[in-house]
Design a protein. Structure first.
Length: 462
């Protein structure tokens, strides 16, 4: 409960207000002389003021200006017997949260105190959240030295530089790539790079919202607009106003809702369910998907006009298997983070573990790498992660190793690769040489020749 300083030269009214607020659980102090207000404020350090406009020869509004300059977070309710629109507007401009006309109803005063304090508390929590989010965003980075990641970083830098003058006409951004490649991280980075936009980063996973609640989640609803709508709800667009709205898994957006999203992007306005007026919005929309929207458009499951609206600016994140030694850079970063998280001093990887990381195909991409290292860090008996600690297949992939060797300009063992392919084809077909030959697009005799060459013929085989 906030401490409240009541500044009122009518002693009887001041005491009545003080008693009512004390009964409501507040700590209250009274001041009746305008010249003593600032000194008493500094001594008492209240979170709220109830302040009369006229205090003998002292202006309550001038006192409010002086106190607000010294303590901007203090909340004020101004009361006066001389109410007018001009006085009310002046009080609000000086920082008053409420304006009450005498005679003051004590119940109304108590409700006003609770309302102002609740709003103030919510605003402070939002500011703390935004401050923490801003600090988190400053630490976000897109790690990697491969050419495609470097190109993405350069593209983000160009976008940020040119978007300053866009204002309300900020284009939509589409992020594509396999699951786990870091689309959500890139969305954070883009948001953080748009420093002229001061609103929050708000994310919604489209695959996690029931179809019947989608419109309410995105655009909001008015109280009583449908069964269960017991209060107004702003919706994700309004929540992200001035900042970024990230719609992950955009391919799962219901077809019936796609025209409304398109309209919101084109008009920069949304309409809550149950209302008849539009509300202006200023957001940067970032959408992401791991599916082919072109295919969905061809199947009639995604609107073509919305697709073109979303991909004004697009980024395609490469899979980890195509990023070369970025896997080791990411592994070092994750080891540093895990060491701090679990208190493991000097968490490192052995050369064998690093080689295994380089050889693995990482179908789950960066997310799989992060989880694999976390599991290894928790299961290892020391601060060193070895290959045996990693929950990935330990057998080296000859094909992947050969591709890496070619990239590095080192010789490869072609016969070993050929044998590996034949063994895989035989395993896939249950040892049926003819079927394996068809998989490899060679004749049956050529297949049997190679099986004989590598000692893969069954006993008694020709």
């Amino acid at each position: 409960m906030p401490k409240i300083l009541i500044v009122e030269d009518e002693v009887g009214l001041a005491r009545a207000m003080g008693d009512a607020l004390t009964d409501a659980g507040h700590e209250v102090r009274l001041v009746h002389v305008g010249e003593k207000v600032v000194a008493e404020f500094r001594k008492f350090e209240p979170q709220m003021l109830v302040l009369d406009v006229r205090l003998g020869g002292v202006s309550g509004l001038n006192l409010l200006t002086e106190i607000k300059a010294e303590s901007p977070d203090v909340e004020a309710i101004v009361v006066t017997a001389y109410g007018s629109v001009e006085v009310a507007v002046d009080a609000m401009k000086r920082g008053a949260a409420e304006f009450l006309i005498k005679p003051v109803d004590l119940d109304v005063l108590t409700v006003a105190i609770d309302r102002v304090w609740s709003a103030s508390h919510a605003r402070r929590r939002l500011e703390q959240y935004r401050s923490a989010q801003a600090e988190q965003l400053r630490q976000v980075q897109l790690v990697g030295d491969c050419p495609r990641i470097a190109a993405i970083r350069e593209q983000v830098t160009r976008l940020a530089a040119r978007a300053v003058s866009a204002g309300l006409d900020m284009p939509a951004i589409l992020l594509t790539g396999e699951t786990g490649t870091g689309k959500d991280l890139l969305a954070y980075i883009i948001h953080a790079s748009l420093k002229h936009r001061t609103g929050p980063f708000v994310a919604l996973n489209c695959s996690a919202v029931p179809a019947e609640l989608f419109e309410s989640e995105l655009f909001g609803h008015a109280r009583g607009s449908f069964s269960g709508a017991t209060a107004d709800k702003p919706g994700m667009f309004a929540t992200a106003d001035g900042g970024t709205l990230f719609l992950d898994e955009i391919a799962d957006l219901p077809v019936a809702l796609q025209p409304k999203l398109l309209r919101a992007l084109e008009t920069h306005a949304v309409r809550r369910i149950g209302e008849t007026r539009d509300r202006s919005i200023d957001i940067c929309l970032i959408a992401a998907t791991n599916r082919s929207i072109e295919s969905l458009v061809a199947e009639g499951k995604f609107r073509e006009d919305l697709y073109y609206r979303l991909k004004v600016v697009s980024f395609n994140l490469p899979p980890l298997r195509e990023r070369g030694d970025d896997v080791l850079l990411l592994a070092d970063l994750f080891c540093t983070q895990l060491a701090a998280k679990y208190g493991i001093s000097g968490l490192t990887l052995t050369p064998a573990a690093k080689e295994l990381l380089r050889q693995h195909a990482w179908p789950g991409n960066v997310r799989e790498l992060q989880h694999a290292l976390e599991g290894a860090a928790l299961s290892s008996s020391s601060s060193t992660i070895d290959a045996a600690d990693l929950p990935v297949p330990s057998g080296a992939d000859p094909l992947k190793r050969a591709e890496r060797s070619l990239d590095e300009g080192t010789p490869i063992d072609l016969e070993r690769i050929e044998r590996s392919l034949i063994e895989r084809a035989l395993k896939q077909t249950g040892g049926n040489a003819s079927a394996a030959a068809r998989l490899l697009s060679i004749g049956r005799e050529a297949m049997r020749y190679r099986m004989s060459k590598f000692g893969l013929l069954p006993e008694g085989g020709e």
